[in-house]
Design a protein around this ligand. Sequence first.
Ligand SMILES: Cc1cc2nc3c(=O)[nH]c(=O)nc-3n(C[C@H](O)[C@H](O)[C@H](O)COP(=O)(O)OP(=O)(O)OC[C@H]3O[C@@H](n4cnc5c(N)ncnc54)[C@H](O)[C@@H]3O)c2cc1C
Length: 458
Amino acid sequence: MALKRGALTLLKKIYGKERIKTSREDRICYAYDAVNTKYIPDAVVFPLSAEDISQTLALAHSLGFPVVPRGSGTGTTGGSVAVEGGVVLVTTRMNRILDLDTDNLTVEVEPGVITGDLHKAVEAKGLFYPPDPSSSGISTLGGNVAECAGGPRAVKYGVTRDYVLGVEAVLATGEIIRAGVKTAKGVVGYDLTRLLVGSEGTLGVLTRIWLKLLPLPAATATLKVSFRSMEEAAVAVARIIASGTLPRCVEYLDEAAITCAQSIADLDLPLGCRAILLIEVDGSDSEVIVSLESVMKIVEEAGAILVEKARNDIEAKHLWTVRKKVSPALYLFGPDKINEDIVVPRSQIPAMVKKIELLKKEFGLPMVSFGHAGDGNIHFNVMIDKSDPVQKMRADAVIHELFDYTLALGGTLSGEHGVGITKRPYIGKEIGEKELELMRGIKALFDPKGILNPGKIF
Ligand SMILES: Cc1cc2nc3c(=O)[nH]c(=O)nc-3n(C[C@H](O)[C@H](O)[C@H](O)COP(=O)(O)OP(=O)(O)OC[C@H]3O[C@@H](n4cnc5c(N)ncnc54)[C@H](O)[C@@H]3O)c2cc1C
């Protein structure tokens, strides 16, 4: 279903010379996301408005070519790549914060706003937008909503879905719809907003987003805690969650993740450190003191060998370095790595940690895990060279076993990265046939000709 002859001429009428790229060099830049696959689109366009997108989709609907929405391309499941060719539609030039309403604690944005830019803008007004995927310096809010992004603070504040009040979207036919509300509440009709959140660009292109904000917490405190083993760290996480103290972040790194981070950064770690927790608490000054005392007691009882507490923002940033270096190091050493983001009930983290150790022994492949332990979300990586078919076969077997065990523990196959193309073969493990049939029916209703981000999810 590649771009039909004549379609390019019509697209050039919408986008002029400046906002359409057709050279091979330019198209290659949009052939990837954070997964090491390559699908070169036929053209790349840069809309400035919902009307540009509406005209593009109306054309695609009538001529029958695929359109793939894309923000910054940081997705980790191949969601924004043109697996069937066609046009990649990049929203990064639609990047205005349209209305920051400090009276009603809401904000209206275009989809191409960078998540970190929204954080800065609302924090300057004493407000808080909690979702903070670790990619927030580059990811867009459109991509966050389309993936229902999470991030370290989800443990206390929830995920993107919990902050989306309403959206404007362009359907595959080119029609523009509005779903949801701008108010704090609203229950009229089916919740199309929730359906669009996490729909991975397969049901509509988001062109405006109304988000809920919170007051900025008065105080935060950051701890970096080193342990001799991942088992001890996992027990500490389960005990913190069960204690009733709810930190805003509980991130973990296993020994392999620490080794990776150490290889690209000068990290001053205690001897024998094989697991790290990064814990952040927030609230009023007095709440932070109480939470810190409770967390420190738990980690010490669980066997922490060193507890480092930041005295200011600069020290807090320094403590986070080890966590921030993991992803870049992994991409450096294992561009072919298989990356999963399973979630298990938090009380089952120790069981999953044991299982990962067993998988390492059974399959003999390098495996690295880290992630958002506070909400049971484990980023699990198998480091392979995909050109070696034996390694690839063994890695696939690891993933099957990991997924089966995750589901047996009452977990889910993806906490925040979505299905895209990489998890497509496994979706039937978690979702029943009837439920899949309903989902396919919804897709057909929104996109009868299957032109919007084809080949994803199903
Ligand atoms: C180093 C690193 C760290 C990360 N950390 C986290 C993390 O902590 N938590 C987390 O949840 N994710 C994380 N991610 C994954 C990724 O950053 C998120 O999924 C993010 O939301 C993607 O945003 P994007 O703008 O890059 O979207 P893209 O990758 O461009 O697109 C992602 C999906 O959204 C769709 N899409 C994009 N824009 C629109 C739109 N306007 N309308 C409809 N559909 C659209 C695309 O079609 C695609 O399916 C991380 C990725 C990297 C590389």
